[in-house]
Design a protein around this ligand. Structure first.
Ligand SMILES: C[S@@+](CC[C@H](N)C(=O)[O-])C[C@H]1O[C@@H](n2cnc3c(N)ncnc32)[C@H](O)[C@@H]1O
Ligand SMILES: [Zn+2]
Length: 168
């Protein structure tokens, strides 16, 4: 069962970045919906219990809230397969809606930036291949001013609230 929505104009296939990725099969206009993340809503304690078996299959939607699969049989239908890129073409509106940040051509891989969704202790050696790749991506990158400015409202609602509070 598909817990997430992937636009009929996108498809999942092997990615040069890692594993499988999400690709445009038809062009997207700026702000068009590419995917909507679905699944169960659960806290970090539950995430720690299921993560060893399910891997990175959820996204964070609040200070202590995540959305994603809780069982192996739900994993495939909950994944949207968007890889991270330091030069992404899709962004987050609200917490679960991924939209085109610019016009996207057929064939392009659809990628977002972890800085748009994550607030955790994760760390990854990035293989996005962008000219301005950060090389090491962390779950604290949302704090970087230049990324906040670059992505504007294409960041998760809970991160925008945290940024607002931090800026006083
Ligand atoms: C939600 S999955 C994305 C889909 C994944 N490619 C797959 O086939 O299952 C996130 C995982 O993809 C990999 N990944 C995504 N973006 C990456 C990047 N820019 N560099 C290296 N690995 C990446 C990492 O292993 C990460 O834990
Ligand atoms: Zn990168």
């Amino acid at each position: 069962m598909n817990l997430s929505y992937i636009s009929p104009k996108a498809t999942v296939r092997e990615s040069p970045i890692q594993g499988r990725g999400l690709f445009a099969v038809e062009a997207f206009g700026k702000d068009e919906i590419v995917a909507v993340k679905g699944g169960h809503v659960f806290d970090r304690r539950t995430l720690r219990e299921v993560e060893p078996a399910l891997g990175a299959a959820e996204i964070q939607i609040g200070e202590d809230l995540f959305i994603g699969p809780l069982a192996e049989g739900e994993r495939e239908g909950s994944m949207i397969y968007s890889n991270h890129s330091c030069e992404p073409n899709i962004g987050v509106r609200g917490q679960i809606i991924f939209v085109a940040m610019r016009d996207i051509e057929a064939g392009e891989e659809l990628t977002h930036d972890w800085a748009m969704t994550d607030d955790d202790t994760g760390r990854m050696e990035c293989r996005c291949g962008a000219r301005a790749c950060r090389k090491t991506v962390t779950g604290q990158d949302w704090r970087r001013k230049e990324l906040q400015e670059k992505y504007g409202h294409y960041m998760s609602w809970y991160l925008l609230e945290k940024i607002k509070q931090a800026d006083g």
